[in-house]
Design a protein around this ligand. Sequence first.
Ligand code: GLU
Ligand code: ZN
Length: 295
Amino acid sequence: MTASSYIGRFAPTPSGHLHFGSLVAALASYLDARANNGLWLMRMEDLDPPREEPGAQAAILDALERYGFEWDGERVRQSERHEAYAEVLNRLFNQGLAYACTCSRKQLEPYHGIYPGLCRNAGHGQVDAAIRLRVPELEYHFTDRVQGQFRQHLGRDVGDFVIQRRDGLYAYQLAVVLDDAWQGVTDIVRGADLLDSTPRQLYLQELLGLPQPRYLHVPLITQPDGNKLGKSYRSPPLDSDQATPLLLRALRALGQQPGDELHHASPRELLDWGIRHWDARQIPRVLTLDEAQLH
Ligand code: GLU
Ligand code: ZN
């Protein structure tokens, strides 16, 4: 493979510091890119200033550097991409593919997150309204490199979804699709919490005539009972003193098998070992807290 035939990326949200789960996702996307002689891009997903933690952007980049990661080119910030999002949003709106929704949170409460289409034909203006994309009554599916076949019926399981919030902020679903295409990303490697966003993204790609990247969703770390990791379990911000043991643990969480001789390796040496030995087929589909902490 040549450099341009694989382009990967890491796309952290600066709502907090990196924790162990984000290290696992960063490591998988980095190793997969480098093992394929690919580029690895850095995109700061700073779409939501009210939820941004001050200093988090710098802290994330600093932690990644201390853990030995090197990205290609300048890091991109979504806060600098609003014009591109607005252009596509207006096009979708003017074509009638998206519409304005003035429903209140309270009004939507009974529908458990699946929008029932109340404003579909209301013809509201864009001002002081959320913008929703009409979804087709169709199932979208794809084959994930780790999770296998994933399918979702957009009409039934998702409903018309928000691409711009009422407060004017652009939604992740829109921005991620536009930016991945704009940056030429061929391979998306990220956490499995985004598996069920992927069909929405496939629909947007199709609608906008954008290429569909390959997907690899790394396992989420779950509690031994299979439930999502609660806040109290969540690991603290990554400590730079712990780079070697945490990288070793992250490699093992990804099914790779670094030997004992690496216990005193530097972060950079561990990443180089990871690139040379990377085998994405060893990544488990699920991972419990016990397994993640075993070593
Ligand atoms: N910004 C998202 C997150 O931190 C990741 C988006 C993506 O990889 O598509 O969870
Ligand atoms: Zn509505």
